[in-house]
Write a protein that binds this ligand. Structure first.
Ligand code: GDP
Length: 526
């Protein structure tokens, strides 16, 4: 095996940042890119504050410039590593694609706002990372502001998320009294808002500052030492293996906005984050160092401009090397195609990519060939990577064709968009009505738009609001009369039956009345 190729793969670090809107994802990403030299000025990675990702504007932008792939994938080099950060859109742009992006990374960085603790969207994304058993690194942000007590935040992490934590560093005060972080890993104190020369204060083997120091005059220093003692005695032990297995999350404190603790975080992260991992396929695990190119499609971004029907399919390279112009197999179709148009992404512009190796993400021009989950291989290889997980939809609409004469187009459009993975389709068992399920509102909007522009069909969508979906074990035996408006019996696209419950209460009530019916949520099974 070429040494260069092996080095290239082993130095890749591919991750996504998971967080709730406003926790600081954009700010942290920007700081990471600044360290990596990928951007020169803050403000290049535009968040929703500029309206760039707000749904309405997004549609407008799509219209103006064709496909928008802005900041879908950001790449930079640091300390000999090639870092790929995948964007996980939040707010109105939250969709199944956001979840699927997490199937294409080898680790995740979770940002928590120290004043808010664990919030809803973070928890959802965390669960998907858990399903995949990938390592999770936690950055507790906004220490320059008053927040919750650090010990309380750790307790919440363990209770709500069920993951053990190891604080790599610990804050000394917070808000106006924030003095810095006590670094357990590098055995030093990093002072906040102190010039570079005096920033780091070394600790002796007892974990204390030798001799005189300003910090010692603050009561916060003693308090920190006490808390560190507590962590040393009662906290979890550091374990590289448990971090790699996703059982223990290293926790870092800092302030993305003040660019404090970010560099330490990045450097430590790169040491412990995994290089590209092997993936399961129909022919067993595929080694990322194997020389034959392979990968899978985890996201398809449709062009919202009717004049340009093309889409971009995002591919995660899982083995070997991608070269522009190469011929690949799509085992699902039993077809070979030449990959002549490919792109790589970086903040505001796209450039043609000539080469990419395991761990990298590339965008492929898609004239309508690909489906989400497709595997690409070369030569005689015909294996397929494991099917991507099905994500539990939470929002539903009832859908019909506006013009009854367009039924044929309507069905064709729905079938294709469902197959492509844009939206989930259900049918009510008793009345055969079509329901669409999604994890984010944007999916419905994209569906409506594409039905109109690609299948020439206007649709009527009646909002049913949020529902709790639970599939049924032994669903052939289910009594169809249990279906009513609060617990609606439906079939998914594979004809598996599920109930859509109006709310938690309806779910609990149903379970009490029907203890023999076994319900499950595929996202809870891990
Ligand atoms: P996102 O929605 O997760 O991408 O969050 P942003 O990065 O856009 O940050 C949300 C808000 O929090 C913005 O006003 C940021 O300036 C602010 N913010 C981010 N990090 C920090 C921090 O470390 N300290 C403080 N005080 N504010 C922060």
């Amino acid at each position: 095996m070429a040494k260069q190729f092996k080095d290239d793969v082993l130095t890749r670090r591919t991750f996504a940042i998971i967080s709730h809107p406003d926790a600081g994802k954009t700010t942290l990403t920007e700081k990471l890119l600044l360290f990596g030299g990928a951007i020169r000025d803050a403000g290049t990675v535009k968040g929703k504050k500029t309206g760039k990702f707000a749904t309405s504007d997004w549609m407008e932008i799509e219209k103006q410039r064709g496909i928008s792939v802005t900041s879908s994938v950001m790449q930079f080099e640091y300390n000999g590593c090639r870092v790929n950060i995948l964007d996980t859109p939040g707010h109105q742009d939250f969709s199944e694609d956001t979840y699927r992006t997490l199937t294409a990374v080898d680790s995740a960085v979770m940002i928590i706002d120290s004043a808010k603790g664990i919030e809803e969207q973070t928890l959802k994304l965390f669960k998907v990372c858990r399903m995949r058993g990938i390592p999770i690194f936690t950055f507790i942000n906004k220490l320059d502001r008053e927040g919750r007590a650090p010990l309380e935040l750790l307790a919440e992490l363990e209770e709500v998320m069920g993951i053990e934590s190891y604080p790599m560093n610990w804050p000394i005060g917070m808000g106006k009294e924030f003095l810095g972080i006590y670094d357990r890993f590098y055995k030093r104190i990093e002072q906040f808002r102190v010039d570079d020369e005096h920033r780091y204060v070394p600790l002796n083997e007892n974990g204390e500052i030798d001799g005189e120091h300003n910090l010692k005059n603050s009561g916060l220093y003693d308090q920190t030492l006490e808390e560190i003692m507590l962590l040393n005695e009662a906290g979890n032990e550091f374990s590289k293996e448990r971090i790699a297995n996703g059982e223990l999350t290293p926790v870092f404190f800092g302030s993305a906005l003040a660019n404090f603790g970010v560099q330490t975080f990045l450097e430590t992260y790169l040491q412990f984050a995994p290089s590209p991992q092997a993936r399961n396929s129909s022919e067993g695990e595929i080694d990322p160092l194997s020389e034959d190119f392979s990968g899978f499609i985890f996201k398809i971004q449709a062009n919202m401009n009717p004049a340009h029907r093309d889409r971009i399919a995002f591919l995660r390279v899982c083995s070997g090397k991608f070269e522009r112009g190469m011929t690949v197999n799509i085992p699902r179709l039993g077809k070979t195609i030449k990959l002549s148009q490919s792109t790589q992404f970086m903040a505001d512009d796209r450039s043609t990519v000539e080469e990419a190796v395991s761990g990298d993400i590339i965008g492929l021009y898609d004239p309508g060939t690909y489906q989400i989950g497709d595997t690409l291989t070369v030569g005689k290889n015909n294996f397929q990577y494991e099917r991507l997980p099905q994500f539990t939809p939470e929002l539903f609409v009832r859908v019909t064709a506006k013009n009854v004469l367009k039924q044929k187009h309507f069905h064709k459009g729905i079938q294709q968009l469902v197959q492509e993975g844009a939206i989930q389709l259900f049918k009510t068992v008793k009345t055969d009505e079509y329901l669409l399920g999604a994890v984010g509102q944007l999916q419905f909007e994209v569906f409506e738009h594409r039905m109109k522009n690609e299948y020439n069909t206007e649709v009527l969508m009646e909002r049913l609001g949020s529902k709790i979906t639970r599939w049924i074990e032994n669903d052939e035996e289910i009594n169809e009369n249990l279906s009513n408006s609060r617990s609606l019996l439906v079939k998914d696209r594979y004809d598996k039956k599920a109930f859509l419950f109006e709310n938690d209460f309806a779910l609990r009530w149903f379970q009490e009345k029907n203890p023999d019916v076994e319900l499950f949520n595929p996202m809870d099974q891990y």
